[in-house]
Every structure is written in C-alpha cells, then in structure tokens.
Design a protein around this ligand. Structure first.
Ligand code: ZN
Length: 230
C-alpha cells in the first residue's frame, strides 16, 4: 500500500515538473510553422472561378471565411455566449458572396465534395443549417462538378445579389401596366437592395424583386444543384 502511495506521489511530482517545463518553453521562438500549400484544392478553385464569373462586378467572392467573422452569438449570459461561440469558432463558410461596396455578406455557399455522408459531414450540415437559419444568412448548397454553367449559378444567386444592370431592363407594373422604377430599400431585411416599384406610387403600391427575370432558357431539371436545406 505504501509503495503505491509513493509511486503516485512520484508520478504527480513528475507530471508537475513536465507541465511546468512545457509552459516555461512556450514562447514564439520555439513554435515553428510551415505553409500548408494552396488554400483551396483544384475542385474548389474551379468552383471559385465559376462563382467569380457568375457574380462579376456585382459581388465579392470570398473563400473559407471563418464563421465567427460573419456571425456572432446572441446570448443572455457569458456561459451561453461561450458555448455558442465555441460551436462556430473553428468552422468556416466554404464561400461567401458579399456586397461589392459594403462587403456585407449576402449569401453563403456550401460546396458538397461528393463524398459519403459520414458523421463529420452530417454535423457540419446541421451546424450550417442552424447558424444560417438563426442568423438569417441565406445558404445555397452546390455540388462539385467537372464544369459549371454560369447561367445556372446566376439563377441560384439571383435572389441574393443584384445581377442585372438597371438600364438593361424595363419592367411594367403587373397591376396597372405603368412603367416601374428602381428604388433602393432603406430599411428592413433587404436594406440596401434594389427593387422595382410602380411609378404611379402611391396610387399603385405594386413592387417586385429586382432579380426575377432571366433570358437564359430554363434547364430541363431546374436547379439540380440546389440542396433543399429546409
Ligand atoms: Zn402599378
């Protein structure tokens, strides 16, 4: 019995010294690093380029954006904040499209790598769906392909960024037939976004989403890329 006690004491003393030594040597000088290489793999890079082409000047495409840079916990106490923050601190959005002027995030895109749905992948999808729903950040799911149709990507993004030039489109009110004018929302969820409104305002209050009409023919299977996140 006494022997066991001595061994335990020795072990405790040993670990105490090891730990102390480790803490002591914890300076930048002893921390070495190496580059990890390309930020994105070739498939992700191809998708990034397709996104950039689809978005053009109407948005800034960022890759691997840390979630904590985009969203913040809404908590009533410190513990709640830390728990909520720890869930997003190490996660990132695959791609984020921001307003080109204000850099405000418009839509997050998750690129499915086509691998089997395992525990890790499932957890990530759960987290993504929850944080995006909770923080009101729109989320689009896309899957890896050999080629991307820019038109199709544009359709996916159309609800979230303004992809049409104002002078290229004339719309008429569906209620009264008057020409419509483009205004910028000054408040609400779509603040800063353009929308069409009837020129006969306030007599006619008809308004329309800025991105509705596209010239490209509909694909046989509309939006096969879009994952139903609901
Ligand atoms: Zn009208």
């Amino acid at each position: 019995m006494e022997n066991i006690f001595i061994i335990v004491v020795l072990l405790v003393v040993f670990f105490f010294f090891v730990q102390k030594r480790l803490i002591k040597t914890e300076t930048y000088k002893d921390c070495k690093y190496k580059r990890k290489g390309a930020l994105l793999n070739s498939q992700e890079t191809a998708f990034l380029n397709a996104l950039k082409t689809a978005v053009g000047e109407h948005g800034v495409v960022l890759a691997k954006v840390n979630m904590a840079n985009v969203i913040a916990p809404v908590a009533t106490n410190k513990k709640q904040w830390f728990v909520a923050n720890s869930k997003i601190a190490k996660s990132y959005f695959d791609f984020l499209i921001c307003d080109p002027r204000s850099l405000e995030p418009r839509v997050a895109i998750e690129l499915d790598n086509g691998k089997e749905l395992d525990k890790g992948k499932m957890e990530r999808q759960k987290l993504l769906m929850h944080v995006c729903k909770s923080s009101n950040v729109p989320l689009i799911g896309a899957s890896i392909k050999h080629s991307y149709q820019v038109g199709r990507l544009r359709r996916l993004l159309a609800a979230h960024i303004d992809l049409i030039e104002p002078d290229k489109e004339v719309r008429f009110c569906k209620k009264c037939g008057s020409p419509m004018v483009i205004k910028i929302a000054s408040q609400g969820e779509f603040k800063g976004r353009r929308f069409f409104t009837c020129s006969r305002q306030p007599q006619c209050t008809y308004t329309e989403n800025y991105n509705v009409v596209f010239d490209e023919p509909e694909p046989e299977n509309p939006n096969p890329n879009q994952i139903d996140w609901s």
